[in-house]
Design a protein around this ligand. Structure first.
Ligand code: OGA
Ligand code: NI
Length: 335
């Protein structure tokens, strides 16, 4: 099954999305990869690999994450964003040593050349207590999350969703490893304590004339390994194809959007693509989305995969650790 994108009639100068080169993103059934026979796994992995090479985006269905859990997490996100600004500003990401907490509208600049994003968000990473050896050792990005006081049950719900995303990301990596002719567990020892990042996002609607430099989420590619995005039914996500045109990525009920980040492009010697994307919410409605960015361990070395190099195809990038890469990107996108 594929989904056709972009209706010419709906495009407006500058910010619209049109139909050209990749004009569809596949919807891949993850069932065979989760539990199937080797042939089914192989077929699914190949479909994932092909989409990663050609598009850098996939929808996945039959992913095993209960719809109730997804719906409940969106309800929790709405509950959080409905708090008064002063309550949210008690846990500001800006003052956190570890990039966790709340950030208001216009604070994040996803496109570093544009103005601040028209979205507010709540970020968390792996929940690490004071006794964690890496926290004790003062390793960057390792530490506690910041939680709001007045939302009973919020922390447990969000951490439950985080755990489900981590498991799904590992399943996807098994498929990607197979598609790259590696052992399906190739990424396992590089993702034992991943610095995965969950965000709750709220995009108020944008009205009137829209300046491309001030939109919900400025044009960017993600910086991690892979992203699992849950979007509500409002729409507004766009992808840029190889011809430089913006293509709509409409919500599909029950499916996640998967895309690759810069680290995976680097790891695969650019065989897999970190495709640029952005969000413009012109729906007139509030939009909520929940991306989960999966990064490898802080000390994991991202070094051109053995199956992605050879004579005539030398590594394009120097090895870098997961931590070095993530810190550099976070420093660049928050004012
Ligand atoms: C992001 C992103 C898309 C969305 O946060 O990197 O691309 O729908 N989000 O919120
Ligand atoms: Ni993104």
């Amino acid at each position: 099954m594929t989904v056709a994108f972009g209706l010419k009639e709906r495009t407006a100068a500058g910010i619209g999305a049109q139909r050209v080169p990749f004009d569809s993103v596949p919807v891949i059934d993850l069932g065979p990869l989760r539990s199937g026979d080797p042939a089914g796994k192989r077929r699914t992995a190949d479909a994932i690999g092909r989409a990663c090479e050609e598009i850098g985006f996939i929808y996945i269905a039959n992913h095993g994450v209960p719809q109730d859990l997804i719906d409940h997490t969106f309800a929790e996100a709405k509950r959080f964003f409905a708090l008064p600004l002063a309550a949210k500003m008690k846990i500001p990401l800006k003052d956190s040593a570890n990039y966790r907490g709340y950030f208001p509208l216009k604070e994040e600049k996803t496109d570093v050349t544009a103005m601040g994003d028209l979205k507010e968000g709540f970020d968390l990473m792996r929940e690490l207590g004071p006794d964690d050896p890496d926290v004790r050792a003062g390793k960057p990005l390792h530490g506690p999350n910041q939680w709001p006081d007045d939302l009973p049950g919020f922390r447990a719900s969000i951490l439950g969703y985080y755990a489900a995303m981590e498991e799904l990301a590992k399943t996807l990596l098994r498929g990607m490893a197979l598609s790259l002719d590696l052992d399906e567990n190739w990424f396992a020892d590089k993702t034992k304590k991943p610095l995965a990042y969950l965000r709750l996002l709220h995009y108020p609607p944008q009205k009137g004339m829209i300046d491309e430099r001030e939109i919900g989420c400025g044009a960017h590619s993600d910086y991690g390994c892979l992203t699992i995005l849950a979007q509500d039914q409002v729409g507004g996500l766009q992808l840029r194809n190889s011809a430089g045109q913006w293509i709509e990525a409409p919500p599909i009920p029950g499916a996640f959007v998967i895309n690759l980040g810069d680290q995976m492009a680097r790891w695969t010697n650019e065989r897999f693509q970190a495709t640029p994307h952005r969000v413009i919410n012109r729906s007139g409605k509030e939009r909520y989305s929940i991306p989960f960015f999966f990064d490898p361990d802080f000390d994991a070395v991202i070094e051109c995969l053995p199956s992605c190099q050879g004579p005539g195809n030398p590594p394009k990038h120097k090895p870098i650790t997961g931590g070095e890469h993530l810190l550099g990107m976070l420093n660049a996108t928050f004012k």
